[in-house]
Design a protein around this ligand. Structure first.
Ligand SMILES: NC(=O)c1ccc[n+]([C@@H]2O[C@H](COP(=O)([O-])OP(=O)(O)OC[C@H]3O[C@@H](n4cnc5c(N)ncnc54)[C@H](O)[C@@H]3O)[C@@H](O)[C@H]2O)c1
Length: 406
């Protein structure tokens, strides 16, 4: 039996996927409300294919509880935020989960950390806790790090088709755990040491952050001198060794906007490029605010409540709003006392900000300027409804000639 600890965006699909392939799984989360919802037969977030996978896992006897289980294999998928001041990883959730496992696990149990952690986290925090509790690593428990790469919106497909990494102290244990992941993962599973697994995950997200920052900086340069950044990137990417990502209104979510900070926190003297990239991406909501101001002036619109923001999530076609560019933009607006802007997101069914509309047409009726912050399919399929509005399209999805861009 496998006990999965933490049933959020990563832990839940992972638990369901393992159960689908016939392994006995118990999912544990200390959030009682979340466990109650799952036990009522409902999934806790929107994701393509998740409901179907949930049904398959239920049919195979998956269980959900707030209690840790006595067993031989644990997968930890708890949050790993960074500390706002030092930018270092906050390991408290991982350490707490490891402690609870030690209270109950069988001798020789494998503890697999899937949460993203900065290089050295297992050495600095996890080993220490285990040794302080009098456990011998490699005998009483085995440690592994198997970071997750799946992207919200395509999680189920990517769980089965992405290559994975397993970092371990002991290659034999690594092979055993590779066997577990091979139940559902059809792609290559690379075995390495723990520190390389930790570092490679953080490096992947940092690479993307830097690439996006480059595109965002190009967008600002092109805006200053009236060049079309999308056309320039399109042409540049025809070079066989160039692959620039697209600019946008900022970077949100729980990975790309967070993980580079771990490196900045741990290696402050060595991370000039990484820090600059973070700052450029964090500056984009302010850039959008400047574009809104320019457009309001040009059209002689003085009332900010005539501006509507489309999209609250950090990426398209998901309901996750963590660290989203729109939330960052609203913070900037707050600082400038620009209250009253209208908001709509078809994926966000709970009211989480002021002036949030639940109906798209009611929202459109109230506004003159529409700012597209997220490229949900919903708006792509409803372009006819937004005709006649003054549009600021930060995602380059609108085909109208008169739409303003970043
Ligand atoms: N969300 C993503 O797209 C994504 C992608 C790759 C990697 N990751 C990484 O995966 C990890 C989990 O991220 P997430 O988005 O699933 O987080 P999440 O906040 O959605 O879920 C974490 C869950 O863990 C539970 N939890 C916290 N501490 C616990 C404890 N001690 N015992 C039991 N349950 C506990 C919380 O109640 C919550 O339900 C993070 O390290 C994140 O960086 C996330």
């Amino acid at each position: 039996m496998i006990n999965i600890i933490g049933l959020g965006y990563i832990g839940l699909p992972t638990a369901l996927m393992i159960a689908k392939y016939g392994v006995k799984v118990v999912g544990t989360d200390y959030n009682i409300e979340l466990i109650t919802t799952l036990n009522e037969g409902k999934v806790t977030f929107e994701e393509k294919g998740l409901k179907e996978l949930f049904q398959e896992a239920i049919a195979n006897g998956i269980e959900f509880t707030t209690e840790y289980q006595k067993t031989h294999t644990y997968i930890i998928a708890v949050p790993t935020p960074y500390l706002k001041e030092s930018k270092k990883l906050d390991s408290k959730y991982v350490v707490s989960a490891v402690n609870s496992i030690l209270d109950i696990c069988e001798k020789g149990a494998a503890i697999i950390i899937e949460s993203t952690i900065s290089p050295g986290t297992i050495d600095k925090y996890v080993r220490l806790v285990i040794e302080e509790r009098g456990f011998v690593i490699g005998e009483d428990v085995h440690l592994l790090h198997a970071p997750e790469r799946i992207i919200p919106g395509n999680m189920i497909f990517e769980l089965e088709n992405n290559s994975r990494t397993i970092g371990a102290d002991n290659p034999e244990i690594a092979e055993k755990i590779k066997g577990l992941y091979s139940h559902f993962c059809k792609a290559e599973i690379v075995i390495t040491d723990i520190r390389s697994a930790e570092m490679s995950k953080v490096v992947e997200n940092t690479y993307r952050d830097i690439n996006i920052a480059f595109a965002n900086e190009l967008a600002k340069i092109c805006r200053t001198d009236k060049m079309n950044v999308y056309e320039i990137i399109r042409i540049a990417n025809k070079h066989p060794r160039v692959d620039i990502l697209q600019p946008g209104p900022g970077v949100g979510g729980h990975c790309i906007s967070v993980d580079p900070w771990f490196l900045v926190g741990d290696y402050p003297d060595l991370t000039n490029l990484i820090l600059t990239a973070r700052k450029i991406n964090d500056s984009m909501p302010r850039h959008v605010l400047g574009r809104i101001r320019d457009i309001m002036r040009k059209h002689d619109i003085k009332d900010i409540s005539k501006v509507g923001i489309y999209g609250l999530t950090y990426k398209e076609n998901v309901d996750d709003t963590r660290e989203s560019p729109t939330l960052q933009l609203l913070e900037r607006m707050d600082e400038h006392l620009a209250f009253g802007v209208k908001i709509f997101d078809p994926f966000v069914k709970k009211r989480i900000v002021d002036h949030q509309f639940m109906n798209f047409e009611d929202f459109l009726n109230e506004i003159e300027i529409l700012v597209i912050m997220v490229g949900h399919d919903h708006i792509k399929y409803n372009m006819n409804l937004i005709k006649g509005k003054i549009i600021l399209d930060t995602k380059n999805i609108c085909t109208f000639d008169d739409a303003y861009k970043l």
